[in-house]
Design a protein around this ligand. Sequence first.
Ligand code: 5GP
Ligand code: ZN
Length: 141
Amino acid sequence: MKHDDCIFCKIVAGEIPSAKVYEDEHVYAFLDISQVTTGHTLVIPKVHTTDIFETPAEIAGELFARVPKIANAIKQVYNPEGVNLLNNNGIFAGQSVYHLHIHIIPRYDDKDGFNAKWVTRDDQFYLGELQEMAKDINDAI
Ligand code: 5GP
Ligand code: ZN
C-alpha cells in the first residue's frame, strides 16, 4: 500500500519524476539522484515497506530476484569492474529514505566515489564464541 508521505511511493506512482530503469508488477528501479558512481541504481518494491525488518519474505524475494538482470544491464552499458549491492536499514546504517531499497553501485576503480571500510576483528573471537553467537541468532529465527 502507498504511503502518502513516502518519496519512493510517490516515484512509483509517477507523482515525482524519476529516471526509470525498469518496472514490472512488483518492482521499480530508477537512477539514484546522487549517482555515487555512474549508473547507481535503486531497486525498490512497489508496495511500501519501511526496511528489511518489516519486509515479508515474498516481497524480499520478488525484489532480489530482479537485481541480477538489472545489474547485468548496467554492466553491459557501463562496463564496470564490479558492483556493490547495498541495503541500509536504520539511521546508524545510513538509511535516509524509509522505503526499502537496494542500491546497485557500479565500481570502476578504488577511487570512484564509493567507499565502505570497516574494521575487522577476526583476532578477537574464538570459534566457540562465534558458534555460541550463531546459536543465539539461530534460536531467534
Ligand atoms: P539511503 O541513504 O536511504 O540508503 O538511500 C536513499 C537514496 O535515495 C540516496 O542515495 C538518495 O540520493 C536517493 N534519493 C533521495 N531522494 C531521491 C529522489 O527524489 N530521487 C532519486 N532518484 N533518488 C533519491
Ligand atoms: Zn513508500
